[in-house]
Design a protein around this ligand. Structure first.
Ligand SMILES: O=C(N[C@@H](O)C(=O)O)c1ccccc1
Length: 328
């Protein structure tokens, strides 16, 4: 019978060699239209406490862009590298999104810029923001974290960012349309307030855009076209931080949280959530290695889920398995 949502359990696919791929800090994952896995990583660059000054200006400009390929496209079954691009373009990769036409949308927190890269084209189709110049007007971002593309309108959304607290909407050719969001003003965050909007996912069948509101440890969902708040999903099990969200057709919203902070007990793990009522359907952790800073999550239509880690420098593949029924 059709597996209704409650039956599914995710387990690491321990046959997948991708967990041993030689990558730097993994910041972004996305699935392309052929269901290949794209990995956005930082090569030999790292984001640590010396990377930025107190005005969010990147301090390592002198070392130049990452010279190795920062975007790897790998086979979903064998993890064989099918394509590698993104050399000499980026300083601190962050978000990666692939739209239904196969264009890559990436953010770089050192450049404070958003790029649209055409499949197979080296020069970007779109560049938004001013290189190395943080800001909060319509032409600047401050450490932008992610992009989501509305498959129906072609409009795209930018989560801006570590040092801003807004979601910006642009037309398909990059014209600013509108923005919403404000910084969290108290320890009781209100709807539409953010403390690092860190990851975006479209929920196209509902016309919604969901945001990993990282330091508020919650997921907020909005009507994509209006920016109106629809709902939030928050659980004790999230602990203090939610790093990333990913929605795949079928009603399941996937998420990863952060490592427990002092005083918090919730372990670092992946979550399968029932999108419509917010319930936790399942949690999952790797069988090989451990989550350290799971930074992005990408869900495929067939229920396969990938998690990339910016401190373990690893990518795991998780596959649905029928939860064995207790014999009664
Ligand atoms: O959160 C941080 N980084 C991650 O999000 C990331 O690496 O994208 C960070 C925070 C403080 C200092 C240095 C790094």
């Amino acid at each position: 019978e059709k597996q209704h949502l409650g039956d599914v359990h995710l387990e690491e696919d321990t046959d997948w060699p991708g967990v041993n791929l030689k990558v730097g800090q993994v910041s972004g994952l996305a699935l392309d239209p052929k269901n290949n896995l794209a990995i956005f990583h930082r090569g030999d660059h790292v984001w640590d406490e010396n990377s930025f000054d107190r005005n969010f200006v990147y301090q390592q400009r002198g070392i130049g862009p990452i010279q190795e390929s920062t975007i790897l496209v790998v086979d979903p079954s064998t993890s064989k590298v099918l394509k590698s691009t993104g050399k000499n373009l980026f300083f601190l990769p962050h978000g990666l999104t692939i739209d239904r036409d196969g264009n890559y949308w990436v953010t770089d927190v050192a450049l404070h810029q958003v790029f649209k890269l055409g499949a197979g084209k080296e020069t970007p189709l779109l560049v938004l923001g001013r290189a190395f110049q943080p800001g909060s007007d319509r032409k600047h971002f401050c450490q932008p974290t992610d992009v989501a593309v509305d498959p129906i309108t072609g409009n795209f959304f930018v989560a801006d960012g570590y040092c801003n607290s807004r979601i910006m909407q642009f037309s398909p050719n990059g014209m600013f349309i509108m923005q919403w969001g404000e910084e969290t003003s108290s320890n009781v965050p209100r709807p539409g307030q953010f403390r690092i909007p860190h990851s975006l996912t479209m929920v196209p069948d509902q016309g919604q855009l969901c945001v990993a509101d990282r330091e508020n440890g919650r997921i907020q969902c909005f009507h994509a076209e209006t920016g109106n708040f629809v709902k939030q999903i928050k659980h004790q099990e999230f602990g203090r931080e939610v790093f990333a969200v990913s929605y795949a057709p079928g009603g399941v919203l996937y998420a990863v949280n952060g490592k427990p902070y002092y005083g918090y007990s919730a372990p670092v793990q992946g979550f399968m959530l029932n999108f419509s009522n917010g319930d936790i359907l399942d949690t999952f952790i790797p069988a090989r290695k451990n989550f350290d800073m799971p930074h992005d999550i990408a869900a495929a239509d067939d229920g396969t889920v990938y998690v990339g880690d910016a401190h373990a420098n690893a990518v795991w593949k998780f596959s649905p398995s029928k939860a064995e029924h207790r014999s009664v």
